[in-house]
Design a binder for this molecule. Structure first.
Ligand SMILES: CC(C)(COP(=O)(O)OP(=O)(O)OC[C@H]1O[C@@H](n2cnc3c(N)ncnc32)[C@H](O)[C@@H]1OP(=O)(O)O)[C@@H](O)C(=O)NCCC(=O)NCCS
Length: 198
């Protein structure tokens, strides 16, 4: 399913394709240290060829609606990603993930991207819950979920791995959730109560 969602006059969100591999590799590689603090998969970002394989796999995931890597595009350049890290089709829950280059951090692009993905999840994919998980110390990531009114449902002690190389370690994981009816109420889309569990 192809889409391109306008986020503002300059920015949009669309699925990545294999043709984006080199640009995405260059962006991740240029900030390896910074991304490596939180994103353990940075260890597997080793070449544009690896990224091509990974983009092909992600395109297949999106074809089966089981995951999505969305490219955040500003004036034609990819500056980051907001997407769906995993989908539980039984529970109808999608987990949203994101990262952005430092030059574009702090402008609200990720928050707008998450809102676009939420709409996709609730309106197109039939989800009844979306969640965001992040490290207890990842202040900027937690702020995205909190800005959008997610509920902090718990902190899973030593619940995930962060960091790369020698800094790789187990750490505490925050789980933030937003239910469909909470999203509808936040977006002013009718009676959130009646939509519960729909
Ligand atoms: C986590 C991460 C994606 C957050 O990015 P971000 O740029 O802080 O998030 P946003 O794009 O939503 O920007 C929010 C900022 O823009 C501001 N802003 C401006 N216009 C805004 C708007 N229209 N809507 C929302 N926020 C807006 C907010 O006030 C906020 O500013 P502040 O940081 O000074 O408080 C980024 O820090 C990152 O890539 N980190 C490394 C990778 C990572 O940790 N990923 C997450 C793993 S769980």
């Amino acid at each position: 399913m192809w889409f391109s969602i306008r986020l503002d006059d300059h920015a949009s969100l669309r699925p990545v394709t294999v043709l984006d591999a080199e640009e995405i590799y260059a962006l991740l590689d240029s900030e390896r240290e910074r991304f490596g603090v939180w994103l353990p998969w940075m260890d597997s970002v080793r070449s544009a060829d690896d990224e091509r394989r990974s983009m092909a796999m992600l395109a297949e995931q999106w074809a089966s609606l089981s995951g999505l890597m969305g490219a955040l595009v500003v004036d034609g350049r990819i500056v980051g990603s907001v997407g769906i890290a995993r989908v539980d089709k039984d529970v109808r829950c999608a987990e949203i993930g994101y990262w952005i280059g430092s030059a574009y951090e702090g402008r609200g692009l990720v928050t707008r991207g998450v809102r676009a993905i939420e709409e996709l999840c609730f309106e197109q994919l039939g989800m009844q819950r979306v969640q965001i998980t992040n490290d207890v110390d990842n202040r900027r990531s937690r702020a995205v979920a909190e800005r959008l009114g997610y509920t902090l449902e718990g902190v899973v002690r030593r619940g995930h791995v962060v960091g790369v190389g020698e800094r790789r370690r187990c750490s505490d994981l925050c789980v933030y959730g937003l239910l469909r009816e909470e999203w509808m109420a936040r977006e002013g889309r009718g009676d959130g109560e009646r939509a519960a569990g729909a």
